[in-house]
Structures are given as structure tokens and as C-alpha cells.
Design a binder for this molecule. Structure first.
Ligand code: 5GP
Ligand code: ZN
Length: 118
């Protein structure tokens, strides 16, 4: 079972900020911004590439609600999902990183990346 499925089942503790029947939002264990929340479906879906439009349609308002509860809707935020190997996905269970609480830099991509051959 993947690590986020263990969080869903309560086998691993998580610092939750919001939960409903289908989704959980909790603090990232290793934050890279003043506010760094992970938002996951309770159902195991590997990544964004394999999520159904029906699940995404429900996930979108949940993410918006998390952002509003944390007042990030006023100040702004970044929403990121890493998909697969080149995307840097480490946990194979769909999750969105909700990042905010500071003016974020755009440092993870450089123009060097543009010139690497595919
Ligand atoms: P990825 O690289 O897959 O997009 O992001 C995985 C994220 O999960 C990382 O930011 C990492 O810090 C976080 N993470 C990994 N294991 C745990 C855990 O057990 N609890 C929490 N709260 N976050 C975790
Ligand atoms: Zn899982």
C-alpha cells in the first residue's frame, strides 16, 4: 500500500487541514514554502495523467476550499502536481502541492532545461 493510502487509512499520522468523504488536505512533512499543503483523493489514483474527469471535477472545488480556508485565495498561491519520472513525482498517489504564504520564486525550472534533448 502506498504511503498516502496509509494516511487515508490512519495508519500514518498527518496534520490535516480539511477532509471530506473523498479528499484530504494535510501539511507536507518537508515544507518548501511557509504554507505547503498536500491535497489527495482518498481513492488511490497514480497521478494526474490517470485521474478521471469526474474525480477532478470534484477535486477542484475541494482545492479551492482549502485555499480559501487558509486565506490563500486573497494572497495567491501556486498549485503543482508532479507527474511521473521527469516531473519528479516521488509518491505514486495523485497529490497537488498547494504552496503560499510568501511571494514564490520560479526557481525549479531554468532556461537550461529548455535546451536539454528529449
Ligand atoms: P512528490 O515529489 O511526489 O510530488 O511529492 C511528495 C511529497 O510528499 C513531498 O513534498 C514530501 O515531503 C511529502 N511526503 C512524503 N512522505 C510524507 C509523509 O509521510 N507525510 C507527509 N505529510 N508528507 C510526506
Ligand atoms: Zn495510494
Amino acid at each position: 500500500m502506498c504511503i498516502f493510502c496509509k494516511i487515508v487509512k490512519g495508519e500514518i499520522p498527518a496534520n490535516k487541514v480539511l477532509e471530506d468523504e473523498e479528499f484530504i488536505a494535510f501539511h507536507d512533512i518537508n515544507p518548501i514554502a511557509p504554507v505547503h499543503i498536500l491535497i489527495i483523493p482518498k481513492e488511490h489514483v497514480e497521478n494526474f495523467q490517470s485521474v478521471s474527469p469526474e474525480l477532478m471535477a470534484k477535486m477542484t472545488p475541494f482545492i479551492q476550499k482549502v485555499a480559501a480556508e487558509l486565506c490563500l485565495d486573497k494572497t495567491g498561491y501556486r498549485l503543482v502536481t508532479n507527474n511521473g519520472k521527469d516531473g519528479g513525482q516521488e509518491v505514486p498517489h495523485l497529490h497537488f502541492h498547494l504552496l503560499g504564504g510568501a511571494k514564490l520564486k520560479w526557481t525549479h525550472l531554468t532556461h537550461d532545461d529548455t535546451h536539454k534533448s528529449l
